[in-house]
Design a protein around this ligand. Structure first.
Ligand SMILES: *Cc1c(COP(=O)(O)O)cnc(C)c1O
Length: 315
């Protein structure tokens, strides 16, 4: 499967009792390995991997990582070995980690402060064996990942042109910030005006937002696209009010939103990313009186994590 034959993901309305104009873009329906933003990014990374003729893929992520699941799947489909370096601190068994095993990925868990050195050592070892390894940063970070969300932004623009709808706000879960960087770059290149609001699922400001800004500048510089720094800064809204107890940490409120979303819309959310962001978005809308605005929520995927949540309810 390559990006050439992927259709734009669906955008549809949610019948919400508080918001009369809430739409969702279903990145979870990208037709590969449960989809999600990591599938969109990985499809582009693997075009590069194929071009470079890499014979082993190395990446980083925890046992919960959607990115690692998708990368392990794409590597397995090509019969290329996949090595995942993960932090010991988040290495419990999840549906994503079971899938990584199914795909035959080699998983190396080390304490989080040893991750960097372990990656370097692995890459050096592979090169020493005459291999041609390709390293993908955790979460599919980097210009290729950013590019995939510039394309997503273009899909949103096409949808608007077709339907005559214009979204005032776009919300989504932001983590490494690549998704947000791509959307903001897309907006800068299309020169339109609207609010793109990333709801952080872990990182705090200023670092969280700085990482997004760095990704934006890196991408625009590579494209030789000229920009005004204050304009880029104004367009980069990184909300860190809803991180709760940190990465992957659930709350009763998030759990309720996940249940409600499944019952009312038939749409799975998860406790680490989409459920947390959806919950944060609702509160942000209320606090800023945005009830009459045209809202688009990007469902960034993570469906296997929904089933982990379901398991918690069963227990
Ligand atoms: C990784 C992930 C995100 C965050 O995306 P970034 O590009 O890292 O900011 C959001 N939602 C889901 C489901 C993810 O897996």
């Amino acid at each position: 499967m390559n990006t050439g034959n992927i259709k734009p993901t669906p955008i549809h309305k949610l019948d919400d009792n508080e918001l009369s104009f809430l739409y969702v873009k279903r990145e979870d329906m990208i037709p590969y390995s449960f989809g999600g933003n990591k599938a969109r990014k990985a499809l582009l990374f693997f075009e590069e991997i194929d071009k470079k003729g890499a014979d082993v893929v190395v990446t980083y992520g925890s046992s919960h990582s959607n990115h690692c699941r998708v990368v392990a799947n794409m590597a397995a489909a090509r019969n290329i070995p996949c090595i995942i370096i993960g932090p010991e601190e988040v290495s419990d068994t999840t549906y994503n980690s079971v899938l990584m095993e199914l795909f035959g990925a080699k998983i190396i868990t080390v304490p989080v402060d040893k991750v960097h050195d372990t990656i370097e050592a692995e890459l050096a070892r592979l090169r020493g064996e005459g291999k041609n390894p390709y390293f993908i940063q955790g979460g599919g970070h980097g210009n290729i990942g950013t590019e995939s969300y510039v394309r997503c932004y273009k899909e949103i623009k096409s949808y608007e042109k077709e339907t005559g709808i214009k979204f005032d706000y776009i919300f989504f879960a932001t983590g490494t910030g690549t998704t947000q960087a791509g959307l903001v770059c897309g907006q800068l290149m299309e020169e339109d005006d609207r609010h793109i609001v990333g709801i952080s699922i872990a990182r705090k400001n200023p670092r969280g937002r700085d990482v997004v800004l760095d990704s934006i500048y890196e991408y625009l510089d590579a494209k030789a696209f000229s920009y005004d720094k204050s304009d880029v800064e104004a367009k980069t809204v990184f909300i860190d009010d809803y991180t709760g107890d940190g990465y992957g940490k659930d709350s009763k409120e998030i759990e309720n939103i996940i249940k409600e979303s499944m019952i009312k819309y038939g749409m799975p959310l998860d406790a680490t990313y989409t459920g947390k962001a959806f919950c944060g978005m609702k509160d942000y809308i209320k606090k800023n009186n945005l009830e009459d605005k045209k809202i688009l929520f990007i469902h960034t995927g993570g469906t296997p994590l929904f089933f982990d949540e379901l398991n918690n309810w069963r227990a």
